[in-house]
Write a protein of this length. Structure first.
Ligand SMILES: *[C@@H]1O[C@H](CO)[C@@H](O)[C@H](O)[C@H]1NC(C)=O
Ligand SMILES: *[C@@H]1O[C@H](CO)[C@@H](O)[C@H](O)[C@H]1NC(C)=O
Ligand SMILES: *[C@@H]1O[C@H](CO)[C@@H](O)[C@H](O)[C@H]1NC(C)=O
Ligand SMILES: *[C@@H]1O[C@H](CO)[C@@H](O)[C@H](O)[C@H]1NC(C)=O
Ligand SMILES: *[C@@H]1O[C@H](CO)[C@@H](O)[C@H](O)[C@H]1NC(C)=O
Ligand SMILES: *[C@@H]1O[C@H](CO)[C@@H](O)[C@H](O)[C@H]1NC(C)=O
Ligand SMILES: *[C@@H]1O[C@H](CO)[C@@H](O)[C@H](O)[C@H]1NC(C)=O
Ligand SMILES: *[C@@H]1O[C@H](CO)[C@@H](O)[C@H](O)[C@H]1NC(C)=O
Ligand SMILES: *[C@@H]1O[C@H](CO)[C@@H](O)[C@H](O)[C@H]1NC(C)=O
Ligand SMILES: *[C@@H]1O[C@H](CO)[C@@H](O)[C@H](O)[C@H]1NC(C)=O
Ligand SMILES: *[C@@H]1O[C@H](CO)[C@@H](O)[C@H](O)[C@H]1NC(C)=O
Length: 820
């Protein structure tokens, strides 16, 4: 997903910030910069968390781009909260129950402290240079002189507030308030809060609206303090507070903005820091308290931070690169920071699910699978397969309880579906790559088949729409007649393309499960994309100049005649201001153009290449897509297009294109991301691209390009074996980025792709590089699998099919576009 505001691309020049030697004891965390993407619409969560942690502590700013809580764009801090998502678009998610500190209230009068969020931001300004972030830690010093540091365990955050001492001999009575707000001010009806007079423990809960769905959720919190003695405590309502009242139930009120309300605690002195431990739960305040007591019993800040840092180190350490050989250190930071971001979301809410409690893992904040199926989850399948197994188990358990696999899921509710039922791709990818670990694949298969066969009443948030037409016509028609299920009647082209690919991935599962009839059936429907290909369609620029390309997908009516959508609408160079997301005025492609979706046939590049006039013409079209800025690397549909040259027998051009985008569009600076990070989707794109193995998700295929480093070692956490990719003639200036020859475990290797056993069996791929494109990986026999044949290539034609089934098209298919 991308928000339109993030379509601005900034290109940042960078300088080497760190110098390091070859033999430094390897600690990948030193290369993690969480602040990448904290401005310019990256929307990342840059704070303190465990991998997949539920507690995510950071300073929240008053920015209009505060989806991840914190931003480095000059906006002041409005509070410090514990629940967050990372890199999302849509309305800001979570950010509930923020704390806010004052060193003292003027005249020692609590009513003279500013309680409401809108006015306390006036005390939240800070200097960018005061911000420190490292895995498991976030720190900031406000201009008021208050230093706030935070770390986190799984369901608990620990804050350490250090207050300036009053210089003129006045007493300081530091005050911490905690309110019932969230980032997007979505609180509904009554929120409650109470404070224990003796201990100062604050507990409470409130109902909020999920950010990209119609759902609501109720988080609970439990905050305890350690440090100076407590002076007094109480509650506040609006701008007034009292130590005489210890609990509050507050209505949302009618003014479109939830009334400010919360509790406060004041301390006797500012001589020692105040430690605030905030436990969180989605079950009860009691559970929030017991989570906190169990996880952080003795307020030992350093110990909690060390544990978080160790957890990150353990997750990231299986990937070791050669940081020497002249590589620009900022690229190392880019790489490991990208890897880090792949494990911030989704979040592990196991044990915290109020809807069912079956002992199965429960993951939330899949935000959204449309973003993460392409490379984030596949990346984790290499680096952290046990966690992906748990995520898949969670998806299957969600299917058991809610009837459907999740698509976009946050805070226990079904988010909005953007295209196909892309959990199908994730399940199939994991299945083909051998994930087992407690996964009930029979039920998993049942779930993906249901996506393909049963239309839900509300397909805005689950399954697929238009299935009657899909089956009768072989495509989703524009202005479909659908009286069985309901959703936004747009995106007929991108839905047709995604449903086709979803079906292909189901066929691959069926194949491995020996369900031959199903395999044939879904292979057949995986060809439905062809039914929207209009061979004589042309495309012109705004200026009226013809792009010179003929043959594009087009919308088609129920009566099988064509509608028209300009192939450049919703592209990066479309300045018409047209709607391209889930608006009901939007078009037949979601968040991208027909031009770009024109390449989304991940399973049948052979036939697509033929339709586009053969490999040379396909390559030219791909170049045109990138060189004229039609595509936008800040949104996920662009990812695979960077590497699709492989299918045209030009793996060298994929390498070149990868370097075209990295680091130009991805630099290790706060404004260095070209769009929303989308829960680590951008991070995984960077990591995979720099590692030199890009997945075609849903297939057991990684496309080979030279790593950006001299060598990359990846140790499988499952088998303990280490896979290596090593460049011979490595050139840190990236002139020599073309593979001349390769060996796999010492034997010559000419295929331009490799499968997952490379990682699990710990193979060694050695790539010899040169400055010119070579014939390596260009022969038809060396191209990645395709359902349709590769035709029109130079050299020997050796048609290959990923399965033996003959494919008949459900509709008569015009072959006029084939110019072979
Ligand atoms: C906070 O954000 C609002 C809305 O963008 C803006 O009107 C207000 O001026 C901001 N306050 C501060 C102190 O920056
Ligand atoms: C730092 O702060 C200024 C103003 O306070 C802001 O405009 C700027 O964008 C910030 N971020 C960075 C990364 O410099
Ligand atoms: C110190 O106390 C005096 C008297 O209440 C007040 O006028 C002054 O502003 C205080 N100084 C600070 C820094 O709060
Ligand atoms: C809110 O609290 C008030 C006072 O306790 C109560 O009368 C009312 O029913 C509550 N409303 C909801 C929606 O819970
Ligand atoms: C990768 O592993 C190989 C074999 O275990 C080892 O010789 C090499 O030094 C490792 N490379 C790095 C960068 O650690
Ligand atoms: C998720 O949380 C559960 C319960 O705390 C834990 O058993 C499991 O290992 C966690 N999974 C991951 C991938 O962190
Ligand atoms: C599918 O059939 C093959 C060949 O008969 C067999 O080896 C394999 O175990 C079967 N797989 C399943 C899931 O039944
Ligand atoms: C097909 O349907 C479209 C849209 O309703 C309509 O404009 C067109 O005239 C129809 N064509 C035929 C041949 O029925
Ligand atoms: C594409 O966009 C980049 C960055 O915005 C710009 O530098 C370049 O000139 C554009 N290219 C074309 C062909 O418009
Ligand atoms: C590589 O190509 C350049 C021109 O692009 C040519 O001058 C050079 O001789 C080539 N090098 C090799 C080794 O073929
Ligand atoms: C392959 O064929 C294309 C188109 O016919 C031609 O331009 C190209 O030079 C040929 N390449 C080789 C290596 O023969």
């Amino acid at each position: 997903m991308c928000s339109l505001s993030s379509r601005l691309v900034s290109i940042v020049l960078f300088t080497a910030a760190t110098v390091f030697g070859d033999d430094a004891a390897f600690d990948p965390l030193q290369y993690v910069d969480q602040l990448i993407g904290s401005s310019n619409g990256g929307n990342v969560f840059p704070g303190a968390t465990l991998p997949y942690g539920m507690a995510k502590a950071v300073a929240d700013t008053n920015s209009s781009s505060n989806q991840g809580g914190f931003t480095l764009d000059g906006s002041p801090v409005s509070g410090f909260s514990v629940l967050h998502d990372s890199g999302t678009g849509g309305s800001p998610s979570l950010g509930n129950f923020p704390l806010f500190p004052y060193a003292s209230c003027p005249g020692d009068d609590i009513d003279r402290c500013d309680f409401p969020k809108k006015t306390r931001v006036n005390y939240g300004s800070f200097d960018n240079n005061s911000v420190t972030a490292r895995p498991g830690f976030f720190g900031i010093t406000l201009d008021s002189g208050i230093e706030a540091e935070m770390t986190a365990s799984q369901h608990t955050a620990l804050f350490r507030f250090t207050f300036p001492k009053a210089s003129d001999g006045n007493v300081s009575h530091p005050l911490l308030l905690q309110d019932l707000s969230d980032l997007s001010d979505s609180r509904q009806d009554n929120g409650t809060v109470s404070v224990d007079a003796e201990t100062g423990r604050i507990t409470g809960s409130a109902r909020f609206v999920s950010s990209f769905s119609q759902g609501q959720y109720v988080p609970y919190f439990c905050t305890d303090f350690s440090g100076p003695a407590i002076l007094d405590n109480g509650i506040f309502s609006n701008s007034r507070a009292s130590a005489d009242v210890k609990s509050l139930t507050i209505s949302r009120s009618i003014n479109g903005y939830p009334l400010p309300g919360g509790a406060f605690v004041r301390f006797e002195s500012a001589d020692t820091p105040v430690l605030a431990r905030v436990g969180i739960s989605f079950i009860s305040s009691d559970q929030a308290c017991s989570n906190a007591e169990a996880e952080i019993p003795d307020y030992n800040f350093n110990e909690v931070e060390q544990a978080a840092s160790d957890a990150w180190k353990e997750k990231i350490s299986p990937i070791v690169i050669n940081t020497g050989a002249g590589v620009d250190p900022t690229l190392v930071t880019n790489f490991y920071s990208g890897i880090y971001r792949t494990m911030v979301n989704p979040q592990n809410y196991t044990g915290e699910n109020p809807l069912w409690n079956t002992g199965e893992p429960y993951f939330d904040s899949f935000y959204c699978l449309w973003d993460s199926f392409r490379s984030q989850i596949p990346f984790l399948t290499i680096l952290d397969p046990d966690s992906v197994s748990q995520m898949i188990r969670s998806m299957i358990e969600t299917y058991r309880h809610e009837g459907w696999l999740p698509d976009c899921r946050m805070t226990f509710s079904k988010g909005y579906t953007q295209g196909g039922s892309n959990a199908d791709v994730i399940l199939s990818d994991g299945f083909q790559k051998g994930l087992v670990d407690g996964i009930d694949w029979d039920t998993g298969y049942q779930a993906v088949v249901k996506d393909a066969e049963v239309e839900p009443f509300d397909w805005s948030s689950e399954g697929r729409g238009g299935l009657d037409s899909w089956k009768a016509l072989g495509y989703i028609p524009v202005q479909d007649f659908d009286y069985k299920g309901f959703g936004t009647m747009t995106r007929s082209i991108s839905r047709t393309l995604e449903y086709s690919y979803n079906d292909f991935t189901i066929s691959q599962m069926a194949n491995q499960l020996n369900k031959t009839a199903d395999m044939e059936k879904y292979l057949e429907t995986s060809e439905n994309w062809k039914n929207l290909y209009k061979p004589d369609q042309t495309s012109s620029l705004d200026t009226g100049v013809d792009t010179g390309y003929v043959g594009f997908f087009q919308p088609r009516f129920v009566n099988q005649t064509w509608d028209f959508q300009d192939p450049l609408w919703c592209s990066n160079i479309d300045n018409s201001g047209t709607s391209c997301s889930l608006q009901n005025t939007a078009h037949e492609t979601f968040e991208s153009s027909i031009w770009e979706y024109g390449f989304f046939v991940p399973h049948n590049q052979g036939d697509l290449i033929s339709l586009y006039g053969g490999p040379a013409q396909f390559t030219r079209r791909l170049d045109y897509l990138h060189d004229t800025n039609i595509t936008y690397i800040g949104n996920e549909p662009a990812f695979l297009t960077v590497f699709q040259y492989h299918y045209a027998g030009r793996p060298a051009l994929s390498a070149l294109r990868s370097h075209f985008y990295i680091p130009r569009y991805f630099s290790p600076t706060p404004d260095g991301l070209p769009g929303n990070d989308d829960s680590g989707a951008m991070g995984s794109f960077v990591a995979f691209s720099m590692m030199g193995l890009f997945p075609n998700p849903g297939q057991d295929v990684y496309l080979i390009t030279p790593p950006y480093f001299e060598s990359v070692n990846i140790t499988s956490p499952v088998t303990g074996k280490t896979a290596t990719v090593r460049n011979v003639n490595y050139d840190p200036t990236y002139q020599a980025i073309y593979i001349q020859s390769a060996t796999l475990d010492g034997e010559p290797y000419t295929k331009n792709w490799i499968d997952h056993s490379f990682f699990t069996e710990g193979k060694e791929l050695v790539l010899t590089l040169g400055r010119n494109e070579s014939i390596w990986g260009t022969a038809v026999k060396d191209l990645p699998p395709s359902l349709g044949d590769y035709v029109g290539f130079n050299g020997t034609f050796s048609p290959k099919r990923s399965s033996g089934a003959g494919v008949r098209y459900p509709l008569e298919f015009a072959t006029a576009g084939l110019s072979l």
